[in-house]
Ligand binder design. Structure first.
Ligand SMILES: Nc1ncnc2c1ncn2[C@@H]1O[C@H](COP(=O)(O)OP(=O)(O)OP(=O)(O)O)[C@@H](O)[C@H]1O
Length: 380
């Protein structure tokens, strides 16, 4: 998403705004952004980081946690699927922290290992070929502010060791220098990988994990906070319409239902893209279901009741995977064969035709799921 250069830009971006506080308005106002961050000003390339639209009770609970955690010095670990708003949340924590320095965002997966030392610690002029001028590292750049380490789960192991050392010693030494520099940095790390699993698999250092996992915030996927879908959609419609110099169009009730029914595998980022696209193709009229172009093989632009059966099943499967039942594959297989066999009036040949498999496969499945006796010969 971004690398050190954008991280630096993030720092510049924040500096002129100093400590403008975000305002949290009361829960009312359905479909309104309830929380507004300082305007990112002319340097903003997208509408990111301008406003957090939160209405779902889960999101409110999260914001309450943030209000408690933000003013402390505690390192924060934000866990959530891609596109759930981890970086925006980190910016909000910084804004509510009272820290006067900048917010510096770094993508940990985007560094070549040979440059790690210079990136982390900075360097003096002439420290290595190409180091013409002295340069601050991440920690120095974020001094008295917040360092946001995105995709920390992708950080290579050697880099994890170095990061851990900085966190323990709270000082850095630039490459080419001997002078330790004390750093005062609040760290927020984010990841969309399960760090506990990464630790168990030896891909992430457990000592670093414990140092990061002091205050943990879980950002739920959008499909689990459906109360946020329409407020976010309205928020994006307003923002993009304003950029296009148009009044924000109305979201038709069928389009609203389609938005609510979609499982949003790409989360808020996907919603933002869908709304942006809808605005571009809707001319000046209301947003209709046919203007919504969903990613991930969901053609769907229609409310769930009107979806093609295979799309409706895909939708339900996505929900099922959120809280998977035990032996899911086995249970789904049993369901399919039992439904097909019943539908075919217990005729194995017709069941095979219906499912597009051989009769042998049907017989095996029927036996496996106890729908025929193992030793019974079926004439059907
Ligand atoms: N609550 C929100 N209100 C308004 N916009 C939001 C909200 N949450 C996220 N967004 C927008 O959604 C997009 C994705 O957010 P962000 O980049 O913070 O997600 P992320 O979880 O950090 O993604 P990744 O895991 O890919 O780095 C951004 O454009 C952001 O501005």
């Amino acid at each position: 998403m971004h690398g050190s250069s954008e991280g630096q830009r993030s720092a510049d971006w924040n500096a002129p705004h100093g400590r403008q506080a975000a305002s949290l308005s009361p829960a009312g106002g359905q479909h309104q952004p309830v929380l507004t961050l300082p305007d990112s000003g002319a340097q903003a390339l997208s509408i990111r980081a301008k406003a957090l639209a939160f209405s779902d009770p889960l999101s409110y609970r999260l914001l309450t946690q943030v209000e408690r955690i933000a003013p402390s010095e505690a390192t924060v670990l934000v866990m959530g699927e891609t596109g759930t708003g981890k970086e925006l949340l980190a910016r909000h924590i910084h804004d509510r922290s009272g820290r006067e320095g900048p917010f510096v965002a770094i993508n940990c997966g985007a560094f070549s290992e040979s440059l790690v030392d210079a990136e982390l610690f900075g360097h003096e002029a002439g420290a290595f070929t190409g180091a013409r001028a002295p340069r601050a590292g991440w920690f120095e750049a974020a001094d008295r502010g917040t360092l946001f380490l995105d995709e920390i789960g992708d950080m290579p192991l050697p880099m994890q060791v170095k990061l851990l050392r900085v966190l323990q010693e709270r000082q850095v030494v630039r490459v080419g220098s001997r002078q330790p520099i004390h750093i005062d940095v609040r760290l927020i790390a984010a990841t969309n990988v399960d760090l506990e699993r990464a630790v168990a698999a030896g891909r992430f250092r457990h000592d670093l994990y414990y140092r990061l996992n002091i205050a943990r915030l879980d950002l739920p996927p959008l499909r689990q906070r459906v109360g946020d879908i329409l407020p976010l959609a309205t928020h994006f419609l307003g923002s993009y319409a304003q950029r296009l110099g148009r009044p924000p169009p109305i979201l038709s009730p069928t389009a609203q239902r389609a938005l609510m029914a979609h499982p949003w595998p790409g989360n808020i980022r996907e919603l933002e893209n869908v709304i942006h696209f809808a605005l571009l193709v809707s001319d000046d009229g209301p947003i209709l279901p046919e203007h919504l172009k969903f990613a991930g093989g969901f053609p769907a632009i229609r409310p769930e009741a009107e979806l093609a059966p295979i799309d409706a099943i895909a939708l339900q499967l996505a929900r099922l995977f959120d809280a998977p039942a035990e032996r899911l594959m086995e249970r789904l297989e049993a369901l399919i064969i039992e439904r097909a066999y019943t539908h075919s009036h217990f005729n194995q040949v017709r069941t095979a035709q219906l499912l597009g498999v051989t009769r042998n496969v049907v017989r095996t499945l029927l036996k496996r799921h106890g729908l025929v006796d193992s030793d019974r010969q079926d004439a059907g």
